[in-house]
Design a protein around this ligand. Structure first.
Ligand code: LMR
Length: 392
């Protein structure tokens, strides 16, 4: 049997990481996978994470199983971070998941069990959203999101597309720092979207994987909180990979807002059952570390401060890089980079130009031209801008 398997579809982000590792050229630059890097090009463990890990190690008296939903203090701390005071907690249930990816999968599984047939995803979206939704059994339809000409939101077309959705359809929305475009909805657009969802009986599913990377922790959750306050049922996938930098520890949550406590309980039970048949229990270490930070005012303050300095670095890099591109290309073609949010921008280069960037300049970006701005070192800004100008 094993010899008869066809190769699965290539994941462009992971394939790029592999090509980068295999490349021997000194000075090669990886602007692919979504990992934050500091000005030295490193992805260090955050200070509060290091301190909390020590406490977890010192205080952990047992490694016996926790429940299927993992560490409840962790899940509740993430509820606070994401939802703030937007909703009555009586209708909120949440579980720890194996990173944000597993939260997306379990929620899709739950939605299918609840009778959902179709999920609308933004075009473009994270390259794993569509495969996950399809493998859970959902039909995927895309709604316009990015205007590729202006590199801004295609809001009118988005509303037109979603006006075709039928009651009970699910609408996947990026909470902030849209991946791959860095283009987010404005406050008034969130309000309009919420009323469309509510009028048409659509179920919002918000994936928030970059809270704190855009305008700040509360600002980045404002749209999500508005939807949560307005709609009867909402599903949310969260990730601590980026804002706590615990990528490999796989830390995330699935949050469900029910019409009432009974509905939320029923939906949570389905999520837990889906987790059970997938991986049983989520791993403890990363979640315990994050819970330790969020439940300790000193560690939490230090984490917020470090996260804020990471955010500011990304904002600063965007500004410097946009200026360098303006000079290198003698045009305003790439000015949008400074207006976008979070780690990513779609740089808008053709596949052949991206190929040249890689082969001639050792600069690696996936074939959709998504650039991880957060991986750009100050010392590389001029070189990368010049290379883009040369291939564009
Ligand atoms: C990314 O989009 O680069 C990250 O979220 C990593 C991944 O799993 O694709």
């Amino acid at each position: 049997m094993f010899n008869s398997f066809a190769a699965p579809p290539v994941d462009a982000i992971l394939a790029l990481s592999q090509a980068f590792r295999a490349d021997q050229r000194p000075g090669k630059t990886d602007l692919g996978i979504g990992v934050y890097k500091d000005s030295a090009g490193a992805t260090p463990v955050m200070r509060a994470v290091k301190a909390a890990e020590k406490r977890v190690w010192q205080s952990e008296g047992s490694k016996a199983y926790l429940g299927l939903g993992g560490d409840e203090t962790f899940a509740q701390a993430i509820d606070d971070l994401v939802l703030g005071a937007a909703v009555d907690r009586a209708r909120v249930r949440s579980i720890q998941t194996v990173g944000g990816g597993a939260a997306v999968r379990l929620i899709c599984d739950m939605l299918v069990e609840g009778g959902a047939k179709t999920i609308w995803v933004p075009s473009p979206t994270w390259l794993n959203h569509i495969p996950i939704a399809r493998s859970a059994g959902l039909v995927v339809r895309e709604y316009a999101y990015l205007d590729h000409v202006t590199s801004a939101i295609a809001f009118e077309r988005m509303l037109q597309d979603l006006a075709q959705a039928e009651a009970g359809d699910v609408v996947l929305i990026h909470g902030c720092c849209h991946n791959p475009s860095g283009v987010d909805l404005e406050a008034t657009q969130w309000t309009e979207l919420a009323s469309l969802l509510s009028k048409r009986g659509l179920l919002p599913f918000i994936d928030i994987a970059y809270q704190g990377f855009g305008d700040g922790l509360d600002q980045d959750a404002a749209g999500l909180r508005h939807i949560a306050a307005q709609l009867p049922e909402v599903a949310i996938a969260t990730s601590c990979s980026k804002n706590f930098g615990v990528y490999r520890d796989r830390v995330g949550t699935a949050i469900l807002l029910g019409q009432d406590a009974a509905g939320a309980d029923r939906a949570k039970a389905v999520l837990l059952a889906k987790g059970r048949v997938n991986y049983s229990f989520p791993p403890n270490h990363g979640a315990a570390t994050v819970a330790t930070i969020l439940n300790d005012p000193t560690l939490a303050a230090d984490w917020r401060e470090e996260l804020e300095s990471m955010r500011k670095r990304m904002v600063g890099t965007r500004a410097v890089f946009a200026t360098a591109l303006r000079q290198a290309t003698n045009s305003d073609r790439f000015d949008f980079v400074s207006r976008q949010k979070g780690m990513f921008s779609l740089i808008g280069l053709e596949p052949a130009a991206l190929q040249k960037l890689q082969s001639e300049h050792a600069i690696f970006m996936p074939p959709d031209g998504r650039m991880n701005v957060a991986a750009l070192r100050e010392t590389d800004v001029e070189r990368v801008a010049a290379a883009i100008a040369a291939v564009a």
